[in-house]
Design a protein around this ligand. Sequence first.
Ligand code: GRF
Length: 213
Amino acid sequence: MIIVFISGTGSNLNAICNAGLSSSIACVISNTPHAKGLDIAKKYHIPTYVVDNKLYTNKADFERELIAIVDNYTPKYLILAGFMRILSGDFVNKYHHQIINIHPSLLPSFTGMHAQKQAFASRVKIIGITIHFVTDKLDCGPIILQAVTNIDRQDTEDDVTIKLLKIEYIVYPFIIRKLLNNMVDIRNDNYVIVKHEKMDKDILNNQNFYVAY
Ligand code: GRF
């Protein structure tokens, strides 16, 4: 089972559910009370929790509440999908190699907020997304998968954002399924090994991006 953490739209949550993984989601946790993603969870009959960070005076109390919910389910992985809070080292270390994030850039380029905007402003020709394990260093954990595409000369910043999201909707469920099926291992040197399967081609071939995992 997984728990999905959201803050807003939940379009990745929607893609994960659409890919047939809703029954693997123990619950969805949002740190914002009016996140649209909560409605998506309800549509799929997934239990939802709001832990509003604004109601806590410090991060430790906020995270204590998150931990109480998580430990009630003992999920295999915590999936960050548009979750806009930075988790503390204590939290991350408690769930060592269990927290996964998707970031809209080719890490280690463009860490932090507005990665698509940063890429667009840098006039790079190649853009992409990274799925990685979360560690106590922001956007720096062991990389599970990266997918790349190009910026065309006529692309606007919005086009770039949409291109990246479309990739995310395919590769995030793809990797979550592999995680749930014990097909992802981290070597001691932090290189992540993902088991390849014949059926991968059906999902990834003929897409408008190149993927490495
Ligand atoms: C994407 O930019 C993703 O890379 C980042 O959050 C955005 C998606 O949010 N982690 P959502 O899934 O639509 O809420």
